[in-house]
Design a protein around this ligand. Structure first.
Ligand code: RM4
Ligand code: MN
Ligand code: MN
Length: 397
């Protein structure tokens, strides 16, 4: 029910406020840095060039939205000295008021990983990959971070060049050993992706493979759904419903896509899909939902890094608020007759006024994007970082 001013009242307002109070979404350190296409990088004057700058940017996003108190770290990019960098990360956490979130091992950029990491036919290379995973677990433990989040780029480009079957066994071994090294309260998330960088087969190509590997590894392993990692037309919310039902959904990498793993800002192409996913999440008990981590995994090179990140967080909050407005009791009744309007109607309501009200009530800027522009932060970082970014490499070959 909305009032004439378009504001939500009573129960609906409370539902939106409660949903937004509990909503947290982690920002990725790499989303603040220069990234490119396969053909070149278009550098931005204000992009973060150091881990300190990434923490500073994340702190700013959190100050504007109140929803992003943690930053995902990519081990080789952000902690090149591994455990040797933990003390510095702790200092940055204190200075910028942002905590370390998921720890992302990097098993895809070293030369030795040309034919794979944990599924490489060489036992020695698999051993090196395992050592990096164990280091990542240790880093997570020292930083008090819950999740070690694995994306395995392994695969092959031509039929017959690798044994898909043997590689399953090799992965199972490494993932079990990694799982068993996890400390109390730590988890391991297994991400899947159908293609890229490999174009014939990918070792963890879909949620079935990720689920099987996670289950084999042990109870602290869960599946991570990256919304960009599906074939066109895949019903992602159905996968989400299944994983929730099985108690195996560990979290999300949110982004949007039009064609492949496009890593576009959330909801820029298909906001209804995000709404449908949030609906599934809001349909389970608080307890079941507690284990689902929300993270952003985007990499946009045409929008400003800061603007894009704030825009994604705001979009996520708005879509979560819309999903909170679905009257689930009424819906359960209507589903007996297979009726659509109650669900669709929630999506079409304009929640921006009530979200604005919530922001003001929580002492946050009413309009985070506008506040970002008015703060002068982007100009400031562009001035400070401009010359470093101008020197950064941008060529493809
Ligand atoms: C991959 C995957 C991983 C991310 C890397 C940078 O496609 O989504 O989660 O860490 O990209
Ligand atoms: Mn991802
Ligand atoms: Mn991806």
């Amino acid at each position: 029910m909305t009032t004439s001013a378009g504001q939500f009242a009573g129960r609906e307002r409370e539902q939106v406020f409660a949903a937004l109070d509990s909503f947290r979404i982690e920002v990725p350190s790499w989303g603040f840095a220069n990234t490119g296409t396969r053909f070149g990088k278009f550098t931005q004057g204000g992009a973060a060039t150091t881990i300190e700058e990434k923490f500073a940017d994340a702190g700013q996003v959190n100050a504007l939205t109140g929803a992003s108190p943690t930053i995902a770290l990519h081990v080789l990019w952000d902690l090149p000295k591994g455990k040797g960098d933990v003390a510095e990360i702790r200092r940055l956490e204190r200075q910028y008021g942002v905590r370390s979130g998921s720890i992302n091992p990097n098993l895809f950029q070293d030369q030795e990983y040309k034919y794979g990491s944990i599924a490489n036919p060489s036992a020695e290379i698999r051993g090196n990959a395992l050592a990096h995973l164990l280091d990542s677990v240790e880093i997570g433990r020292e930083l008090g971070a819950t999740d070690v989040s694995l994306w395995i780029a392994d695969g092959s480009n031509y039929p017959g060049t690798q044994s898909v079957r043997r590689r399953i066994e090799w992965m199972q071994e490494v993932l079990k050993l990694t799982h068993d090294a996890l400390g109390e309260g730590q988890r391991m998330l297994v991400e899947y992706k159908p293609f890229e960088p490999a174009f014939y087969h990918t070792d963890i190509a879909d949620w079935g493979m990720a689920l099987e590997l996670a289950r084999r590894a042990g109870p602290k392993a869960k599946v991570l759904v990256d919304t960009g990692h599906h074939y066109q037309g895949t019903n992602i919310e159905q996968i989400v419903a299944w994983l929730l039902r099985l108690g195996e959904l560990g979290g999300f990498h949110f982004n949007d896509r039009k064609y492949a793993d496009d890593d576009l800002t959330l909801g820029s192409i298909d906001p209804y899909q995000v709404f449908r996913i949030f609906h599934e999440i809001l349909s389970v008990s608080d307890e079941e939902r507690a284990g689902v981590a929300f993270m952003i995994d985007q990499s946009h090179n045409l929008k400003g890094k800061m603007e894009a990140m704030v825009q994604t967080v705001v979009t996520a909050q708005e879509l979560y608020a819309k999903a909170a407005l679905v009257d689930r009791e009424q819906l359960a009744g209507l589903q007996q007759e297979c009726t659509e309007e109650c669900f669709r109607g929630a999506f079409w309501q304009d929640v921006r006024p009530v979200v604005r009200e919530w922001r003001v009530a929580r002492g946050l800027p009413a309009e985070p994007l506008k506040a970002l522009v008015e703060s002068g932060y982007v100009e400031k970082i562009t001035r400070e970082r401009g010359s470093k970014n101008a020197r950064s490499v941008s060529s493809y070959a």
